[in-house]
Design a protein around this ligand. Structure first.
Ligand code: SF4
Length: 381
């Protein structure tokens, strides 16, 4: 396959004709590319993807697990990430880390995002310029050498690189507590971005009071809307960001289910607001949610607060349990939903033809520092 930057390659196929093909034809053509490329190709499907995309994925998982699995695969030459932009960036950083490039003689793994507009509203809530401005302002009030920046994996590579440069680290929803403990063993304060809810829920569970968790609003000019005193007494400074999907679950939804189905178990993701988390029976990452359902005895009744496609799939895969979606309104990730069979087929056929489209390649200097922060996370048990 020619390199991503091969200027002599023929023009890429146009997306438009793919949109008029039916799912049967698209599936047939996608499978033809999978067969042709064999072990050189890995299609990754995030748990929040539509069923027809998941059915054509080689691996399914949460964002970090997928990148990690892809990075371990020494055969693959191309990754098509059915997820959102930050996930493809992480896959690129891990799959093209220096020691792996040395083993492959410098040949990069091509990472493709089938729809370049598949972003993440949460990741977009923290931009590198805003974080740098925040850091500078914090330095006027407290000693930045005593603040450890922690970014949720749902963030741009530039933010991960910021953490790498400042002794910081990346976390996932599965290891956020272990990461905060690691951070507090080194410094007395944490700047946590971009998800205020994951930061707050994790710190509360560790016994840190709300009074020591000011919220930094990047749209406010002065200290993110805080008094100096609030920053001075802070232990965790929470960036004002959230997931537009998980923020839709409300405490009154929990009350409603508990009234209607006595004994029902409430299972929610830690990106939900603290008032919802406080009422839940089980709080966990996507992996933990799947595991809790898989291990529960038949007949267990659940109301689950996470992305709609995952809840519907759990319902389908566990008919022995009674599974409800913890919201009367549809909460699905609209950006994940952008990845559909036309985009998948289009990106795969271009890849196979040597005209890759939507290639995600993180700038070398950013990738280097982001990898530092990701590797610190891997060391945290
Ligand atoms: S579910 Fe929320 S955090 Fe996940 S990709 Fe969608 S917007 Fe981003």
């Amino acid at each position: 396959m020619p390199s991503t930057h091969d200027q002599t390659a023929s023009p890429a196929f146009d997306l438009a004709p793919y949109k008029s093909l039916d799912n049967e034809e698209l599936t047939r053509r996608i499978n033809a590319v999978r067969e042709e490329m064999g072990s050189r190709l890995l299609i990754l499907g995030h748990h929040y993807q539509q069923d027809e995309v998941i059915a054509l994925s080689d691996l399914r998982g949460d964002s970090y697990k997928l990148s990690e699995l892809a990075a371990k695969d020494e055969q693959c030459r191309a990754i098509v990430f059915c997820g959102v932009h930050f996930m493809a960036e992480t896959a690129d950083i891990l799959a093209n880390r220096p020691e792996r490039l040395a083993r492959s003689g410098g040949r990069r793994v091509t990472v493709v995002l089938p729809d370049i507009a598949a972003g993440c509203s949460m990741a977009d809530m923290a931009e590198i310029e805003q974080v740098e401005e925040c850091w500078e302002q914090l330095g006027e009030v407290v000693d930045c050498r005593d603040i450890l920046p922690v970014t949720y994996v749902n963030s741009a590579a530039s933010l991960k690189a910021f953490c790498g440069r400042h002794g910081g680290i990346v976390c996932t929803s599965a290891n956020a507590r272990a990461v905060l403990e690691w951070a507090f063993a080194r410094r007395s304060r944490v700047l946590f971005f971009p998800d205020q809810h994951l930061g707050r829920n994790t710190a509360l569970a560790m016994g840190i009071p709300l009074e020591q968790m000011p919220i930094w609003d990047p749209r406010r000019d002065e200290l993110g809307g805080n008094e100096e005193e609030a920053i001075e007494r802070s232990r965790v400074i929470l960036w004002k960001g959230h997931c537009s999907v998980h923020q839709m679950f409300r405490p009154e939804h929990v009350d409603q289910f508990q009234r209607q189905y006595p004994g029902i178990k409430i299972l929610v993701h830690p990106e939900c607001m603290m008032e919802v988390v406080a009422k839940a029976d089980v709080i966990g990452s996507t992996g933990k949610i799947i595991q809790a359902v898989a291990e529960a005895p038949a007949g267990t009744r659940w109301a689950i607060g996470t992305e709609l496609h995952l809840v519907q799939r759990l319902k389908h895969e566990h008919p022995e349990q009674e599974i409800h979606f913890l919201s009367p309104v549809v909460c699905m990730c609209a950006t994940m939903y952008r990845i559909d069979l036309p985009h998948l087929c289009w990106s795969l056929e271009n890849l196979a033809a040597g005209t890759p489209v939507n290639v995600i390649e993180v700038e070398q200097e950013v990738a280097e520092h982001a990898l530092t922060a990701l590797e610190r996370m891997l060391e945290v048990k």
